[in-house]
Design a protein around this ligand. Sequence first.
Ligand code: DLZ
Length: 160
Amino acid sequence: MATENKNLSVYDKATVPDAGNFRFGIVVAEWNEKITEGLYQGALEALLDCGAVEENIVRWNVPGSFELTFGCKKMISSEKVDAIIAIGSVIQGETKHFDFVCSAAAQGIKDLNVNTDTPVIFCVLTDNTLQQALDRSGGKHGNKGTEAAIAAIKMAALGT
Ligand code: DLZ
């Protein structure tokens, strides 16, 4: 199904493992704060809806999406979490920064998934406009944070 036709907030709870036994990390980039806070709320609500306990959800902030990899890496080494959701929003501007930040975040998070035993979910919106980001962080296309939370629960449960 094409991304623009998919509502990111829709999930079938019957297919999601109980999140009650897991501890989750959420690393949130402060750039484009309105968007990343919307993503965070979507992720938090879905984790709680699927049985996660609030005390078992730890949140850290980092300045921008470029710093998500380091934030997640430090969280893996200092907090005992079963899965991490990396939240960011990169919006195309006038400069080539967009390409560098997107590719650094994607590559960095991919590397963590290859090199560590803690799954890190890529909840980074990469949009051309602010409106597209709003549409996917609690707007007309739902919330990518919700989708990321369901992925985090499924990955935490993998192999248990
Ligand atoms: C510098 C920058 C720019 C231009 N755009 C974004 C963005 O759209 N989203 C985002 O999360 N971060 C952006 N940043 C900041 C970088 O991620 C990073 O925080 C700085 O370059 C400092 O390393």
